[in-house]
Design a protein around this ligand. Structure first.
Ligand code: HEC
Length: 213
């Protein structure tokens, strides 16, 4: 056989080395990128399910930790402005799942998996050193809405509504309410995709920041 001289063979090998290293580096970086994307996707998919849980009957387990979510607003409909008999005479402190808030801020849409909590807080004192007014008393109730295209594919807007009670102790789990009890009024009167953003300045500001970007 007619081998090239040893020197030339070594030289060819040397030429190959950087190419092999470059290919290996690209492969490693592609794999790392792939892993990062997979991790992001897993995070996206699981964000709602990691914040809320369902029992074996498919009922929503009362969420916890929501006071650390994104706070969006506090409507208040006190008795003494409603003929002494408001249906919800308390403050309604509204929180939204943080990932859904980020998505809303970026796109102006409520993503699949959005969870919104409305915590009812009684009217306590009506006078403080700052003046006459309505001051928060105690936690008294909890309602939740959740958007899920798969789980609630038959609900108007894919939103499901839950009531954990209007008096402590709250229920530990709740089933989705019939659309006529909750979805219909939200559908007819709320400004943005069944959500009363007209009363949540934080969400309006977030949506405006989307438009100006
Ligand atoms: C007659 C109309 C009406 C009905 C019926 C209704 N809601 Fe609402 N809901 C409102 C209004 C108005 C707000 C915002 C202002 C406020 O909290 O008073 C609101 C806000 C909420 C919020 C905060 C998120 C959002 O969409 O703005 C939740 C959660 C909620 N309601 C749950 C429920 C549940 C659960 C039911 C059914 C048991 C229900 N609602 C039925 C009018 C209604």
């Amino acid at each position: 056989m007619n081998h090239p001289p040893l020197k030339t063979r070594r030289f060819r090998l040397l030429l190959l080395v950087p190419g092999v290293i470059a290919i290996a580096a690209i492969a490693v970086s592609m794999n790392l990128q792939g892993q990062a994307v997979a991790a992001q996707n897993a995070k996206k998919k699981s964000h709602a399910s990691s914040l809320v849980q369902f029992n074996k009957d498919g009922e929503l387990v009362r969420p916890t930790g929501y006071r650390k979510w994104t706070y969006v607003g506090t409507p208040v409909t006190p008795n003494d402005m409603n003929g002494g008999n408001a249906p919800f005479p308390e403050f309604h402190s509204v929180y939204m799942s943080p990932d859904a808030f980020d998505h809303y801020e970026n796109t102006g849409d409520f993503p699949d998996g959005t969870v919104i909590v409305k915590e009812l807080v009684s009217v306590g004192d009506k006078e403080a050193t700052s003046g006459i007014g309505y001051f928060m008393g105690e936690f008294v109730g909890l309602e939740v809405s959740m958007k899920d295209k798969t789980r609630y594919k038959d609900k108007p807007g894919n939103w499901a509504y839950f009531s954990f009670g209007h008096k402590y102790p709250l229920k530990d789990h709740a089933k989705a309410q019939p659309a006529a009890s909750c979805n219909d009024c939200h559908d007819g009167s709320a400004d943005d995709d069944f959500v009363f953003t007209q009363y949540y300045p934080v969400l309006r500001a977030a949506k405006n920041s989307t438009k100006s970007n």
